[in-house]
Design a protein around this ligand. Sequence first.
Ligand SMILES: Cc1cc2nc3c(=O)[nH]c(=O)nc-3n(C[C@H](O)[C@H](O)[C@H](O)COP(=O)(O)OP(=O)(O)OC[C@H]3O[C@@H](n4cnc5c(N)ncnc54)[C@H](O)[C@@H]3O)c2cc1C
Length: 474
Amino acid sequence: MNLQPRRIAILGGGLTGLAATHRLIELRGDRPLDIHLFEAGSRWGGLVGTIERDGYLIDTGGDSFITNKPGALQLCQRLGLSDSLQATEAKYRGALVLYDGRPYPVPEGFQLLSPTAMWPILKSPILSTWGKLRMGWEYFIPPRKEQGDETLASFVRRRFGSEALDRLVQPLVGGIYTSDPEKLSLQATMPRFLVMEQKYGSLLRAMWRGKTDVVEDTTSSGARYGLFAGLRGGMQELVDTLVTRISPHVTMHLDTPVDSVDRTDDGHRYRLRFHAPHNSLSSDFDSVIVALSASRSVSVVGTLDPPLASALSSIEYASSTIVVTGHRLADIADPLNAFGLVIPHRERRRILAVSFNTRKFPNRAPAGRMLLRTFVGGAMQPELADLDDAATIQLVREELAATLGVRGKPDFAIVVRYPNAMPQFHLGHLDRVAEIERLTARLPGLAIAGNAYHGVGIPDAIHSGEQAAARLLA
Ligand SMILES: Cc1cc2nc3c(=O)[nH]c(=O)nc-3n(C[C@H](O)[C@H](O)[C@H](O)COP(=O)(O)OP(=O)(O)OC[C@H]3O[C@@H](n4cnc5c(N)ncnc54)[C@H](O)[C@@H]3O)c2cc1C
């Protein structure tokens, strides 16, 4: 009988790696495991984090997650965080979209690509009369005959017309993926709408027959605001709870970037090598979960499996910057009756979106104050993510003044950078992922997880990490 514990390494201490580690502990039963979690940075959580400043509670990355995908919600419940879950404020649910320089409400019932009701569209000034007629005409447009992937832009233009794409869909989708819809894969981002077209002939027909649930949309973390939740202590609460729960059972290594994963000389195990200051060290493991971004994984598995590294490198990334500012409500002309503002590319502004954080979660700023999070850069304006802090803050202040009438000096301005952080699900993404999974399946004991494959959001990352853990123990 083999009493040696099985050695498992998890690379990356973001939500994917933490969730994978937690799941290993949940599932291990009486199996002896020697689990090591390696994180390059000096804190856990990766892209998510929360700080406090001048009485404001600030999520520096994601601030909420969609609850119709079980990953994050169920994990919070299993961790005993149900009382900390915070629904978004019902009163302000919805988004504004900039049109001709002014913010207007996105028509009620508009679900990312498609309306569930025509009346709010007809009343909205965002589309011209022709644009509205063209949207309604969708009812009569036959489904596409060709098989295979299509870009999101092509799909929307074909079914609803260019106005709907440019004025509504592009900014809403850009708010989630920070991407160019001319490149985004419909199959990988919003398969639900493709199935609605195929099955009912038209999205409007499907919507009006109440057939929106024809398939579980497992990839988009859509802008259905009623379905989003945050945590009272910010997203860091989830990170801290996971760390508290796993640390008695795991050897936790902060500031330990893994340089490479290779086969041991006998070919039966995996050898991890580390960057400076640990670069003379190596350690052998029976199993490895690579819970890094696809772009970081490329060099880590580069010598282990060059075809896998090449497949991983085919997933592109976009960079963005968030500028977090605190304001006196009296200094903001717009009433901010929504969760945020999205900005169509055609408006030629220098910001992508603004999240009105205190409208989503009212008690996260002192009385009479508003926390704004302004997104800059993304796939369509990459050069703006490279500006230095002072220039970025200046740009954001000018744009907030022009779009929302924000005056005066903010209480503070914090710049948070996300270089190459957002995976781009471009045309053919599902084929790329299938290839990565085929190549990974040839490597027994190795799993790859993260938000670059089956969904970009927090629930997707958690689900991916948990599945990797379950596969390793299966
Ligand atoms: C600006 C922004 C806003 C977002 N907002 C939302 C939102 O509101 N809702 C939502 O659902 N999703 C949101 N997301 C997506 C969400 O944040 C991610 O899906 C999730 O955090 C990804 O977690 P991860 O662990 O896969 O990756 P990461 O958080 O990137 O974790 C990977 C970790 O690996 C570490 N690492 C890198 N290289 C090495 C190495 N060689 N060795 C060891 N460790 C290494 C990194 O330091 C990092 O900590 C947002 C993303 C961004 C960029």
